[in-house]
Design a protein around this ligand. Structure first.
Ligand code: VGL
Ligand code: ZN
Length: 216
């Protein structure tokens, strides 16, 4: 196999670090297997990017994505909501709780923006760009365009939900988009990881590894 091309981060690149929050780490309410393993690589990557945006899953109590909001339903089942099929989750990332805090190990003081998502009780939002109704926009695309960014690099949790959806919407918004696979970890429920990888490939999102970033 040929050596992967080295990608040099520039001033028009932005790294989006998705949902590295206590509830997605081992021991958390919606623990992503090995989710803690992204912290080291993400801190190293962030030092190579002048521009970093963080996202934070941020649900009100009783959120529509919580299994506990649907009588007789269990986590990891699906339910039909007005906007489509919704995976049900354990209660997680409830606003202003410890579980919703960005993991203490994340060391990115130069991050310029934290996008909170999933704050509408009735609508989930895996993507940092567009909520699950596929209509309500967070404003992130406009922010990135106004700042003149051209390429978006995605990392964090969970690879098959919030990272993948964010990457797909970054690409759809017109940014050249990269998902750094070994700076992400998946939940992998109901074929979600396989589907995410197929969707990313079809959308021409570049799936790359940490070592392909120059200086990593
Ligand atoms: C996420 C499920 C529910 C994620 C957020 O960050 O990938 N997954 N809420
Ligand atoms: Zn959530």
């Amino acid at each position: 196999m040929s050596e992967p091309q080295s990608i040099q981060p520039t001033d028009t690149d932005v790294l989006i670090v998705t949902d590295v929050q206590n509830d997605f780490l081992p021991g958390g309410a919606l623990a992503v297997p090995k989710g803690d393993e992204v912290i080291g690589p993400i801190n190293r990557l962030a030092k190579l990017f002048k521009h970093v945006v963080l996202t934070q899953d941020w649900h009100p109590p009783g959120h529509a994505s919580f299994a506990s909001s649907h009588a007789g339903r269990n986590a990891f089942e699906t339910v039909e909501l007005p906007y489509g099929t919704q995976v049900l989750w354990p209660d997680h990332c409830v606003q202003s709780t410890h579980g919703a805090e960005i993991a203490k190990g994340i060391d990115i003081p130069h991050a310029s923006l934290v996008i909170r998502k999933g704050h509408d009780r009735a609508i989930d939002s895996y993507s940092a760009f567009v909520e699950a109704d596929r209509k309500t926009r967070t404003g992130l695309a406009s922010y990135l365009r106004e700042r003149g960014f051209k390429r978006v690099f995605c990392a964090g949790l969970a690879m098959d939900f919030c990272v993948a959806w964010t990457a797909l919407d970054a690409k759809a918004a017109g940014f050249e988009t990269y998902l750094i696979e070994d700076a992400a970890r998946a939940i992998d429920t109901g074929g979600s990881l396989e589907k995410a990888l197929a969707d990313l490939k079809a959308a021409k999102v570049h799936v790359i590894q940490n070592k392909q970033i120059a200086g990593f």
